[in-house]
Ligand binder design. Structure first.
Ligand code: AMP
Length: 480
């Protein structure tokens, strides 16, 4: 499939465990803790001691594994995946882990993020006789690893990784070893933990807490970790660049109880709220947050400004993430079903409504409406991250520039469109400051969707398209 000129596509979660008798079951729990990273499909591949065996399906982790008796899935090693994609890829073939069998043994792969030159590599591989079964870029890596009939090993994986450009984390499983890799800029999170004698690897540390594992360390940018019965080995497959951990992981994507780069996500969001209060105070009576991802920032804002934080909106827990719906119509319907204002709290009040981000503007518009219908006197929208102006090509669903409200409208226009009494965003400096403040080592964050500074080079067609759209909108920041 052509790499769409869009910000795409996989904000997934990956999990792996080596050396525990309940490997498949623990993988299920780990995936469950990371359900927020993808709700379209899930899968597990286990090594039963002889061969790799997989189970996967479309839907939530619970649904996919509902009928599954883990006793039928014995084995001490497993990897798993939860998937979120946007375009055309919502078919069972693309649900991961991808599992391949050959005379030399099996290989399973699970990926978070995206390979930017997948389209070009796929073309080259097909020219040389490869036939692909999926439209997933993960399959491209599988073919690169096995090219020329090579054994799956740290060196064949390192060679393959050096052919791809992208923002990715991978787990690769064979009957003998498990491999974990992070791209040279470290755009997505991946951590290693320990559960008694077992090693655990997960996109988010909340998965460790779920199964009682202890955090050991993060996988480093450009690092390939090999886990086997001999223990853990590491090598650098690529020159390590300055870490550029995705800012949206802090802002929205990760769970508040996870730590990213030694920073607790809730703490960093609270700091974002505090910074926002300092930068854009509002004259109001109460502060409310859009559940769930904005609660931390709203608490920080209220604390800093000295206003009561109130539960002004209730979320219906039985409706999935609205953003993770493949069409605008479904998203709008989703917001309506999901959030209800608390009239008794809102009525007659001047409300500061904190959201973590605005992408298309659907959520803010809908909530301002709900609040006004519930009798709010004024609604001041405060966004705990900078305006999103550019698409993300590294695996966060950020659409095309055309759909990004801040890329096409001034602040006053946004205020009008969403029907608020005032709108303000956190500045880029404020965001950086908030993240740095809540951690000890500052290693850099990727803010490409806010600044247009893409740390990993874009494929030519994507680059041209962003530049075209950028000049059409009269902006010229960033490296496009
Ligand atoms: P929108 O309604 O399109 O403006 O989207 C903004 C809402 O989606 C915010 O309330 C965020 O919590 C959430 N959000 C922001 N970025 C993402 C993302 N990359 N994936 C899923 N949801 C997001």
């Amino acid at each position: 499939m052509q790499a769409e000129i869009k910000g795409i596509n996989e904000e997934c979660g990956i999990f792996g465990i080596w050396g525990h008798e309940k490997a498949a079951e623990l993988t299920y729990y780990g995936l469950h803790a990371m359900q927020h990273r993808g709700q379209e499909g899930a899968g597990v591949v286990v090594n039963d001691g002889k061969r790799l065996k997989g189970h996967k399906g479309l839907g939530l982790v619970n649904d996919v594994f509902k009928q599954m008796d883990f006793c039928d899935f014995p084995g001490e090693v497993a990897i798993g995946h939860v998937r979120y994609s946007t375009q055309g890829g919502k078919v069972i073939e693309n649900v991961q882990p991808l599992l391949f069998h050959s005379q030399k043994g099996g290989m399973a792969l699970a990926q978070n993020g995206s390979i930017m030159n997948a389209y070009q590599l796929r073309g080259e591989l097909e020219e040389q006789g490869s036939i692909m079964q999926t439209s997933s870029d993960t399959e491209v890596l599988a073919h690169l690893i096995k090219k020329g009939g090579r054994e799956v090993s740290a060196s064949s994986i390192a060679d393959a990784l050096n052919k791809i450009e992208g923002a990715y984390t991978f787990l690769i499983l064979t009957e003998k070893k498990m491999y974990a890799a992070l791209d040279p800029s470290g755009i997505h999170p991946l951590s290693i933990g320990r559960l008694k004698d077992a090693y655990v690897v997960a996109s988010e540390t909340c998965a460790f807490d779920q199964i009682g594992a202890a955090f050991l360390r993060e996988v480093l940018p450009g690092e390939l970790v090999t886990i086997s019965d001999e223990g853990i080995q590491t090598e650098r497959f690529a020159f390590r660049k300055q870490r550029k951990l995705c800012a949206m992981e802090y802002v929205y994507l990760s769970r508040p109880d996870s730590n990213l780069n030694h920073v607790n996500v809730h703490t960093s969001r609270k700091e974002m709220g505090k910074e926002l209060a300092r930068e854009a105070p509002a004259d109001a009576d109460i502060v409310i947050g859009v559940p769930d991802s904005s609660i931390s920032a709203a608490i920080g804002y209220a604390e800093e400004i000295g206003l009561p934080y109130e539960m002004g909106i209730i979320k219906n827990r039985y409706v999935g993430r609205t953003f993770i719906k493949p069409s605008q119509q479904l998203r709008e319907q989703g917001v309506k079903m999901k959030l209800s204002p608390v009239r008794g709290i809102i009525e007659g009040k001047r409300v500061v409504m904190i959201d973590d981000s605005i992408v298309r503007g659907t959520t803010s518009k809908r909530i301002v409406n709900l609040l006004k219908d519930a009798g709010a006197e004024e609604v001041h929208v405060r966004i705990a991250s900078p305006p999103i102006l550019y698409p993300c090509f590294y695996g966060i669903d950020m659409s095309t520039r055309k759909e990004l409200i801040a890329a096409n409208h001034t602040l006053d226009e946004i205020c009008d469109i969403i029907g608020a009494d005032s709108v303000a965003y956190l500045s880029e400096e404020g965001l950086e400051k908030a993240i740095v403040k809540s951690k000890t080592i500052h290693q850099g964050i990727c803010t490409a969707c806010m600044t247009g500074e893409y740390p990993v080079p874009l494929p030519d067609d994507a680059f041209d398209k962003v530049r075209e759209e950028t000049s059409a909108s009269g902006r010229s920041e960033g490296n496009v």
